[in-house]
Design a protein around this ligand. Structure first.
Ligand SMILES: Nc1nc2c(ncn2[C@@H]2O[C@H](COP(=O)(O)OP(=O)(O)OP(=O)(O)O)[C@@H](O)[C@H]2O)c(=O)[nH]1
Ligand SMILES: [Mg+2]
Length: 238
């Protein structure tokens, strides 16, 4: 079974034991090492697109990181690639205002997306960003997976549901990643993990398992790298 790392975490939680974040679960040490190598090479900025017309030509396998404003998308990309400032982060929401494309080894392209739900931005901007996000997620043929990031303190919000529905409709496979796990106590994290996992039953294109990560501590990064390496391998064979 693909990528059932967190199924184990959930089982452990069901049994009343709180599993540590970032456990290596179902990945072999070889897969973890392959994931590490995949992300250890050079990463380059290739394009920033504020509209569909500005999108770069499709190349390689794209993996996008979507989520509410300030959830930690850019930070996760930096943590995955081991760079401090590949993607720009900020203490104020609304930092990433375009789709930003980064190319790494083995044809892998990471896409940092603008956040949705940023209430302080001008209405016209919010509308344009939201339209761009939805259009990109529905219409990009080489988009292999979307990681939808959700704050481990807050769980899914109504505007996350809009994105999940778009992905379901477009049949783009996606997985929920809880972020900022370092900011919540184990009990809270388990509760959010349980409600988030339960909500996914309504979403056919979602992986049933939820990943738990922290860009600050690095928890979950080896597994996320291994999962992406596994996806690339599957694509290469297909
Ligand atoms: N404690 C903690 N803070 C985090 C973590 N990840 C991100 N942050 C903080 O959250 C804030 C927002 O992070 P970004 O990575 O810019 O979030 P984003 O989702 O890219 O935001 P937008 O581009 O505005 O949509 C920054 O202050 C980060 O330092 C984490 O794992 N733990
Ligand atoms: Mg950002």
């Amino acid at each position: 079974m693909k990528n059932n790392l967190i199924a184990k975490t959930e089982r452990a939680t069901d049994q009343g034991r709180i599993a540590p974040v970032g456990r290596e679960g179902d990945f072999t040490s070889g897969e973890i090492a392959t994931g590490r190598r995949l992300f250890a090479g050079p990463w380059d900025f290739i394009a920033a697109a504020g509209s569909l017309a500005a999108l770069p030509a499709m190349r390689g396998v794209e993996i996008a990181f979507a989520g509410r404003s300030n959830v930690g998308k850019s930070s996760l990309i930096n943590a995955l690639t081991g760079r401090h400032a590949l993607a720009r982060i900020s203490h104020t929401p609304g930092r990433t205002q375009e789709l930003i494309f980064f190319a790494g080894g083995e044809n892998l392209v990471l896409v940092d997306m603008p956040g949705y739900g940023y209430a302080a931005a001008a209405k016209t901007k919010i509308k344009a960003w939201t339209a761009l996000i939805h259009a990109f997620l529905q219409g990009r043929a080489n988009l292999a997976r979307v990681y939808v990031l959700v704050d481990a303190r807050h769980g899914l919000k109504p505007n996350d549901d809009d994105i999940l529905r778009t992905l379901d409709r477009a049949a783009v496979n996606y997985q929920i990643v809880l972020t900022k796990a370092d900011k919540v106590k184990e009990g809270e994290r388990a509760a959010v993990l349980a409600t988030t996992s339960a909500a996914l039953a309504q979403h056919p294109a979602a992986y049933p398992e939820v990943l738990v990560t922290s860009a600050h501590t690095g928890a979950g990064m080896p597994e996320l790298r291994a999962a992406i390496a596994r996806l690339l391998k599957e694509r290469a064979v297909a």
